[in-house]
Structure formats: C-alpha cells, structure tokens
Design a protein around this ligand. Structure first.
Ligand code: COA
Length: 383
C-alpha cells in the first residue's frame, strides 16, 4: 500500500444559491481544487463524487456521467458514492484507497448537493432513515435527534444551555469563514428563544438546508512535492456501520459506528486524542456535536455538555471543534459535507485558515456520519 497525500482543496460558497445550478457548483469546486493543486485536468485518473439524493432534490440520476461530461473530464472514470450525509467522506475514502492500492495515481474526490430547489427538503432527507420503521411512522431527522437529546439530558444531566452553546461556538467560528452559510454570531438566548423544531431542539440547534460543493485532489505521498510545497498526508481513513434504526440500539446516546471508526483511525495513525490539534465533527444538530466529542474520545461519555460549557471546544481551547463553523453554521449540503470538512482541515494544517486559524495545528481529524450514524467515517490528516 502507498501513502497518500492531499495536494489540492476547494469549496464553493455554501448557502441558498438560487442562481447557481448543480453542475455549476461541482464544476466550480473541481476547477478550484485542480487550480489549488497545480495538476492539469488531463492528469486526473479518476473521480469519486459524494451525493446523497440528486434524484429527489433535482430529479437527476446518473450524476457521475453528467459531472464527468460537464466538467470536461471525459473519458475518465467517475463514480457516485452514496451514504446519506456521509457520502462525501466515503468519496474521499474511495479516492484514498484507489491511490493507496496503486490502481490510480491522481484522483479527485468531491461532493455536491443542491437542496434548495425543492419546496420541502424534509422528506428527501428522511430517506436516510429507515423508511418502514422511522420515516413512514412520521419520524424526521430533527425528531430522531430530539429523542437522542432528551435521553442524553435525562441520563447525563446535559442542559438545554449546553446544547445551545455548541451552536453559539459554531456561529462564532463561521463569522470568520467567508464561505459559510451563516457567517454571523448568535447568543445562547437566541438559540433558546428561536422557534421549536422538535422539542428540545430549536431552529438554531439545527444545521440548515444548503447548496454547495467541495473537492480534494489526492496523489501518492512520494509524488506530492512535485505539485505543492505543503502536502497534507493521510494518516488514517476508516469507516464503520451501526443499525440504521435508533430503536435497535442498546444506547441511543452513543453512536457505535463513530466509536469503532475512531478507534480504528487512532490505531491506523498510531496516535491518540491528545495528538489531534483540531477536529471537524458532524453536528447536524447541536446534540450530535456533543455525542461526537464523546464518541471520538475527546471527553468521557456524558461529559460533552460540560466540556462545551467550559469552552474546551472553542478555538484556543483544549480541542478546537469545527473551526469552519461546522454543519450548523458553515452549512450542510449533505453529499459535500465530508469533503468540506477535509478541505477545512487541509487549510488549517497548511496555516491558510485566515482569521479562524487554529494556532500551530499539525494534526487534524474529520468525523462524518450518515443518518443517525448507520454509517460513520473518520479521517486523520497531518502536515
Ligand atoms: N439555522 C439558522 N437559520 C436558519 C436555519 C438554521 N438551521 N434554517 C433556516 N434558517 C433561517 C433562514 O435563513 C430564514 O431566514 P430569513 O427569514 O432571514 O431568510 C429563516 O430561518 C426561515 O427559513 P426556512 O427555510 O423557512 O426555515 P424552515 O423552517 O423551512 O427550516 C429547519 C428550518 C431547521 C426545519 C431546516 O433548516 C432543517 O430541516 N434543518 C435540518 C436539516 C437536516 O435534517 N439535515 C440532515 C441532518 S441528518
């Protein structure tokens, strides 16, 4: 197996992008990453694109062919990878495995979602849950995560204010990220007083509905310096599965797939939580950010809320979480999220993150899940 490096990264602006189409989004992200990596389009051997549900959002399937064609990359092989909100990280992982195995040399892993062209995104997003046991019984993602939040509050004493603080920190970081959907600060009171979506979660506990795309270019580590002075090395790429339904889990306050993927990642990289300088976690709802820091091992189970309250996860704290603004405030274009997380870690490790730079960051992590954690993927990257 060969070591793999990231030599280019790019992200479009995230938001409600009425004047930009699906194909324009992925083209902008792809060209951005090509430009950033100093490779030519003709150097690319393969493309993997994370996308959850273009069929439901824009009535377009067969998007891999559409993207290869529209980006001018024909005839390279292009494959769509789907694992709900973890689609982007799995596209990254497919690219890493293709380069590591020697099957391809230069690969582009990207992600794209155009969510705002439908009147109501909720039924499309709900297809990531179990249709028979969850969606058709009326459960939506906000309601599933609301149940998790209630249980976490009951079992571990997590408070409503601690959940709100997770969103507040995300928005504080996003205010320094020009590509974020919501680049402005909010207060705990605003979170508590925004409209209820699914009790106890309010509007400002939720990630939004977002259009956006991101892309990463990979090559063998031994070749990386030909293209850039600042390659970022892939130390671990792992993935694990858990039950798709919540009711089949022994403990709904733990995401088993995250725990397994994280454990494997630390082993693969020969690192511990203490070595990680910053992490982009999957906070589709504030409670999920708290579960993530627990299940990734940064704090003990049940201590996530207190850690957030004490400011441990702020930029400048013990473990800066979501310097980009996270899913909550950078935005969450489902299939693009995992790639955007990796792009943020690349910029952080290069020292290119501007006003939101985590000082001295050398090793970073991404954590991306599908649904309520039926799929989880973890990546560890290093300077
Ligand atoms: N955070 C902050 N502001 C938000 C927001 C969010 N999550 N979602 C919407 N807004 C803002 C909009 O920008 C808009 O502001 P404006 O009036 O100043 O233009 C206003 O709130 C109303 O927006 P609208 O789109 O009508 O909101 P909505 O009620 O239809 O949707 C949610 C709100 C929370 C239901 C929706 O964002 C949602 O479903 N989020 C979860 C997405 C999800 O489940 N992702 C997958 C996770 S597994």
């Amino acid at each position: 197996m060969r070591d793999v490096a990231i030599i280019g990264a790019s992200q479009t602006k995230f938001g409600e992008l009425w004047d930009v189409s699906f194909r324009q989004l992925i083209t902008e992200a792809g060209l951005g990453a090509i430009d950033d990596s100093n490779v030519e389009g003709a150097d690319l051997d393969a493309m993997y694109v994370g996308n959850m549900t273009a069929g439901l959002f824009i009535q377009q399937e067969h998007i891999a062919a559409l993207i290869a064609d529209h980006t001018g990359l024909n005839p390279i092989p292009c494959a769509r990878i789907e694992a709900a909100c973890a689609s982007g990280s799995l596209a990254l992982r497919q690219g890493i495995m293709a380069v590591a195995s020697g099957y391809h040399d230069i690969v582009i892993s990207a992600g794209v979602e155009k969510m705002t062209d439908v009147v109501d995104a909720t039924p499309a997003i709900a297809t990531a849950s179990d249709q028979e046991w969850e969606a058709q019984q009326g459960a939506t993602f906000p309601s599933l995560y609301a149940m998790i939040a209630k249980r976490h509050m009951y079992e571990h004493g997590t408070t409503r204010e601690q959940l709100a603080k997770f969103s507040v920190i995300n928005h504080k970081n996003a205010a320094k990220n020009p590509k974020a959907q919501f680049p402005f600060e909010i207060t705990v009171d605003q979170v508590l007083n925004s409209s209820i979506v699914a009790d106890p979660l309010t509007l400002l506990d939720c990630s939004p509905v977002t259009d956006g795309a991101a892309a990463i270019i990979l090559c063998p580590a031994e070749d990386a310096k030909k293209y850039t002075d600042t390659p970022i090395y892939v130390k671990a790429s792992t993935q694990a599965s858990d039950t798709i339904t919540l009711h089949d889990r022994k403990d709904i306050t733990t995401i088993g797939s995250t725990k397994v993927a994280a454990k494997k990642a630390y082993e693969m990289a020969n690192l511990t939580t203490k070595d990680i300088d910053t992490v982009e976690v999957h906070d589709c709802f504030s409670i999920n950010g708290i579960l993530a820091i627990e299940d990734l091992g940064f704090v003990e189970k049940g201590q996530g809320g207190i850690a957030v309250e004490e400011g441990i996860t702020e930029n400048g704290g013990e473990i800066p979480v979501n310097p980009s603004g996270g899913l909550k405030a950078r935005g969450h274009p489902l299939g693009a999220t995992g790639i955007a997380q990796a792009a943020e870690i690349v910029w952080q490790l290069r020292g290119d993150a501007g006003k939101r730079q985590v000082e001295g960051a050398e090793i970073g992590m991404t954590h991306n899940i599908g649904g309520t954690g039926g799929t989880a993927a973890v990546h560890i990257l290093s300077r």
